[in-house]
Design a binder for this molecule. Structure first.
Ligand code: GLC
Length: 427
């Protein structure tokens, strides 16, 4: 079976399972299905809070475990929506999807009422397409650098602020640890598989070198520039030295696995990783620090890709009002506060960043306003419905450079041509 056939078969099985579930449990109250993230502790928290809503309202909520790769999840939803399937009532959507899925999602503005003004205005804007609120903000992500405090102390080195410092620090620690008998030790792990997560890393590298955002906010393709080439060349130089060749196939959870088991000095990941790497049974629990990702050089600025997941109601749901009520509960201040404390998920409500319980559970969140100031958006707004093709082209080009299949300058030139081809006459 080709990879694509295998994926289609898996998606088919997932859909068949969902349909069975919704028919089998018709009975008292309504039965709704909510899509939950499947990485880390997401499923457990999502299920817990959805069950609370079900108990309070006398309904039943089933959870659907969304594929870990955002690109696979998007393909699944597009198939469901094309078939006008009622199988999933509440859909978990990525920050970069509102423009792509807008026609299939219910306007939540009438349900949100006073909740709107309690969220960051920029996120409400990002979830609004042509005046319709297509999703309620749930949590925000920004790329962060996780590091081993104990190892920086041991080697008397500061937290790196430029990528070249990160490289030399990671090299020093890696050689020292290997010489001390830790054969599997690496310097830096990140997401290098050809999927949405690599698009995020590549946007961060390029923006942090002052090389813009691949396609700018007006839709101009800017990727074929010397800073972007330098950034990608730097990233390629890590693979097989400070980073294992395995990063070419890493998603978020793969990177976390290596870092959490004590086998890497640095990791790029999203805030959710904090709770997990510092949990009681984590081998590195009291040895982790969090910082801004490094920048390209002393005169550059660090860049954190902006991400996050939000809850939307499918137009094909048989229970639109109930589904919207479930969304309002899941995204409420009360649930966001518990998700922040128990799961390290960044609230979308400014008041929670001043909440002492939230900050003592996630000390790094107090400094996050700094990260959000440096956040860069992927080019999803400027490229609209074509963003999935754009992101796939970016991730493939970046993976080619990391794997050594293409030198950075050629890959950026080819990516530029590919993006023009996708754009054709307009985005
Ligand atoms: C995180 C982000 C999301 C991004 C994904 C890429 O889940 O929140 O925005 O698309 O990672 O892997």
């Amino acid at each position: 079976m080709t990879l694509w056939n295998r994926k289609a078969a898996l998606i088919g099985q997932a859909l068949a399972g969902l349909l069975l579930v919704s028919f089998a449990s018709a009975g008292m109250g309504a039965t709704l299905t909510i899509a939950c993230g499947s990485g880390g502790a997401e499923m457990e928290l999502c299920k817990r809070h959805a069950d609370e809503w079900a108990r309070r309202t006398g309904n039943i909520v089933k959870t659907f475990s969304q594929p870990t790769s955002a690109m696979d999840a998007l393909s699944l939803y597009r198939q469901l929506f094309a078939a006008k399937s009622p199988a999933i009532d509440v859909v978990r959507i990525d920050t970069v999807w509102p423009g792509i899925l807008k026609d299939h999602l219910v306007d939540l503005r009438p349900y949100a009422k006073d909740q709107l003004s309690q969220n960051f205005p920029a996120i409400i804007d990002a979830m609004t397409v042509q005046g319709r609120l297509v999703a309620m903000p749930w949590y925000i992500d920004a790329g962060l650098l996780f590091y081993r405090k104990d190892l920086l102390e041991k080697y008397r080195l500061p937290v790196p602020t430029t990528w070249s410092e990160l490289k030399s620090t990671a090299q020093t620690i890696r050689s020292g640890e290997r010489a001390a008998g830790h054969a599997d030790f690496y310097g830096y792990v990140f997401q290098g598989k050809a999927y949405e997560g690599l698009t995020c890393n590549a946007v961060e590298w390029i923006a942090s070198y002052g090389g813009d955002t691949i396609v700018d906010s007006e839709g101009h393709i800017t990727v074929d520039n010397p800073r972007a080439v330098a950034a990608m060349g730097m990233a390629a130089s890590w693979v097989g030295s400070i980073s294992p060749r395995g990063v070419l196939n890493y998603e978020e959870e793969d990177a976390r696995g290596v870092f959490q088991s004590g086998n890497a000095a640095f990791m790029r990941n999203w805030p959710y990783a904090w709770k997990l790497v510092t949990t009681d049974d984590s081998p590195v629990r009291s040895r982790v620090g969090v910082a801004l990702l490094p920048k390209g050089g002393p005169d550059a600025r660090p860049a954190a890709a902006l991400g996050g997941w939000h809850l939307a109601v499918s137009r094909y749901s048989a229970h639109v009002d109930l589904a919207a009520d479930l969304v309002m509960y899941m995204t409420s201040a009360e649930v966001q506060k518990r998700r922040a404390i128990e799961g390290g998920f960044n609230p979308t409500r400014p008041a929670l960043y001043r909440d002492p319980d939230v900050i003592s559970a996630n000390p790094f969140m107090a400094g996050l306003s700094n990260v959000f100031d440096n956040a860069v958006a992927r080019p999803s707004v400027s490229t609209g419905m074509k963003y999935p093709a754009v992101s796939r082209a970016i991730a493939n080009a970046a993976n080619d450079v990391l794997s050594g299949r293409s030198p950075a300058d050629q890959a950026m030139r080819r990516l530029d041509a590919k993006l023009h081809q996708i754009e054709r006459s307009r985005w």
